[in-house]
Design a binder for this molecule. Structure first.
Ligand SMILES: Cc1cc2nc3c(=O)[nH]c(=O)nc-3n(C[C@H](O)[C@H](O)[C@H](O)COP(=O)(O)O)c2cc1C
Length: 239
């Protein structure tokens, strides 16, 4: 197998910790991009970093379909038409059955921030639909990466791809780019399979639109909160 280990970090351990903390704190989901394309060499570096993602048995089950130039325009237009024609959502992996309790609350908080940033009032169905459709316009990004896994690897293949997506997002931020992970794109897996020539034995996990952020756009003005980590852990100690 070709070695893709990245060059060792030359800073101190403290610098390393600081850099990771900064990347994690700063990264956000970008929902409005500038049209400027990302040079192929920069995308190559992004992929090189993302490829370091761990996976079960080092299977590295991800395969990404990346669009640039006219291919992004064709995908955006085709997908939008597919959605507007009323085709049903047919994701390869089942979407959440329901959001209850704290998950419902966090989802709502996230929606309040998103729609609030755009001045879309609660109950404004037209405004909500317009923002939903922005997903299929790839938030005007010059590129999208459609992340697929091998069907036989099942849920853990999808888990590995989820890790890959996070590394991809963090690597993009470290390169001065921005990105948007989008399960919404996986809703239309049959369209993507057909349009991009994805083989039947592959499953669409999610898409990631990426490029340069439009930092002046209000949709990029808010940052989401996180639960206190103490509330996400159960400690088991001596009696
Ligand atoms: C697997 C996954 C799928 C997501 N799908 C969408 C999506 O379809 N549309 C969207 O606008 N945001 C989507 N998001 C972005 C989340 O809403 C966002 O990560 C979350 O609110 C936390 O905000 P942050 O990324 O800005 O920190 C997705 C995120 C993940 C990890």
């Amino acid at each position: 197998m070709e070695q893709t280990r990245t060059t060792p970090y030359s800073g101190t351990r403290a610098d390393l910790h600081e850099a990771l903390g900064r990347i994690l704190a700063e990264r956000w989901t970008c929902r409005q991009f500038l049209p400027d394309p990302v040079p192929r060499a920069t995308v190559g570096r992004l992929l090189e970093l993302a490829q370091r993602t761990p996976s079960w048995c080092n299977t590295q089950p991800w395969h990404v379909h990346i669009t640039e130039g006219d291919a992004t325009r064709r995908l955006r237009e085709g997908l939008l038409e597919h959605v507007r024609d009323g085709n049903p959502a047919v994701p390869d992996f089942p979407f959440p059955a329901r959001y209850t309790g704290v998950y419902r609350q966090r989802r709502r908080d996230c929606g309040v921030q998103l729609y609030g940033s755009l001045g879309i009032a609660k109950g404004d169905q037209e405004g909500t639909l317009r923002q939903l459709l922005r997903n299929f316009e790839l938030f005007d990004a010059p590129h999208v990466a459609i992340v697929t896994t091998e069907a036989d690897l099942g849920v853990y293949g999808a888990v590995d791809c989820g890790l890959y997506i996070d590394t991809f997002l963090l690597a993009a931020h470290s390169l001065g780019l921005a990105a948007a992970p989008q399960a919404a794109l996986a809703s239309y897996a049959p369209f993507l399979r057909d349009h991009l020539g994805i083989p039947d034995h592959r499953r669409v996990v999610a898409g990631v639109s990426f490029g340069h952020p439009d930092t002046d756009h209000p949709v990029n003005s808010f940052r989401t909160a996180r639960e206190n980590p103490e509330n996400a852990v159960t400690w088991h100690t001596d009696a």
